[in-house]
Design a protein around this ligand. Structure first.
Ligand SMILES: NC(=O)c1ccc[n+]([C@@H]2O[C@H](COP(=O)([O-])OP(=O)(O)OC[C@H]3O[C@@H](n4cnc5c(N)ncnc54)[C@H](O)[C@@H]3O)[C@@H](O)[C@H]2O)c1
Length: 285
């Protein structure tokens, strides 16, 4: 079990009113933690507040707005005495983007980058000082903190079809790696990059009574996997799902990195002329 999930510890979770963030909030509450759920969706926040009960407080904010973060910081100071054991920078949006035709909308590019990327940066810039302050000031040797940043496989393998979302998640991965390196001297603060697989949430089409297909994991499965990998001290938390196993992900990631190393054109995995070679790579024992 991770040292983060334990009674009286605290969590701040953005995008915590729905999907993966809500499942993480439920996990924290289950361990007796106090949770601050930050989200933009007032209705979902209201429902989450009811579901989570009195151990959770809710904050309506837009993670892309730096000014909203100072309100959240005040709440953390007031309600948690500035203590954050788990900071989950998880809020994210998706919308179709493209370079021409449907999706060639500058506003969509900006919104996705602002929420998915700057939302994470704002969170680090605003709350990292609190995380570090407690972690360095505490005299308790078992005090631990973790920063979990939600990325995506789309930020690693870069499939065609949504340049803004992919770019935002590639940027998030880069920032998480930098943060992990910067915090290497603090032995009681870990950084984790949560890379969900296909997960059945509103962002992936759940809701309005739609039945869950076989392929996706539930948000609960994702946070159980996260907890296990956090317990192992892993930075990379690349989740499988019911369609894609861990070995498949490993091969896809190595192939993507191989485009640069081998001099193949970008996104070669999806190019007709590489289909055979890619298929052989995936099937190789
Ligand atoms: N569902 C998947 O298959 C999948 C796969 C890979 C990565 N992810 C990532 O997981 C994270 C969580 O998404 P989810 O799948 O649980 O979807 P979700 O839509 O259920 O949850 C996202 C939450 O973020 C909130 N949010 C959106 N914009 C916000 C803003 N500006 N400020 C504050 N809150 C905001 C939404 O209101 C929502 O409650 C996202 O970063 C997403 O990109 C999801």
């Amino acid at each position: 079990m991770s040292a983060i999930f334990k009674k009286a510890n605290t969590a701040v979770i953005t995008g915590g009113a729905s999907g993966i963030g809500l499942a993480l909030a439920q996990k924290c509450i289950g361990y007796g933690m106090r949770v601050l759920v930050a989200d933009w969706d007032a209705q979902a926040l209201g429902k989450a507040g009811e579901t989570l009960g009195s151990a959770a407080s809710t904050v309506r904010m837009d993670v892309s707005k730096l000014e909203d973060w100072s309100g959240l910081k005040d709440r953390v100071t007031k309600e948690f005495g500035g203590q954050i054991n788990l900071l989950a920078l998880n809020a994210g949006v998706s919308a179709k983007t493209a370079f021409d035709g449907e999706g060639a909308d500058p506003a969509a590019f900006q919104r996705i980058l602002n929420v998915n990327f700057l939302g994470v940066v704002n969170g680090i810039l605003t709350l990292l000082p609190l995380v570090k302050e407690k972690a360095t000031a505490t005299t308790t040797s078992d005090y631990k903190a973790a920063i979990v940043i939600t990325g995506s496989k789309q930020g690693i393998t870069n499939p065609p079809g949504n340049p803004a979302y992919n770019a935002s998640k590639a940027a998030v991965k880069s920032v998480a790696e930098q943060l992990s390196f910067d915090l290497r001297g603090l032995s009681n603060v870990n950084t984790h990059l949560l890379v969900p697989g296909w997960t059945w949430t509103a962002l992936a089409g759940a809701g309005s009574g739609r039945e869950k297909p076989e392929g996706p994991w539930t948000p609960g499965q994702v946070v159980d996997y996260l907890e296990a990998k956090m317990g192992e001290g892993r930075f990379w938390v690349v989740c499988p799902d019911n369609d894609v196993d861990e070995e498949t992900d490993r091969r896809r990631m190595v192939w993507a990195a191989g485009d640069a190393v081998e001099g193949r054109p970008p996104l070669s995995r999806w190019r007709e002329e590489y289909k055979g070679e890619f298929g052989e790579w995936m099937g190789r024992k």
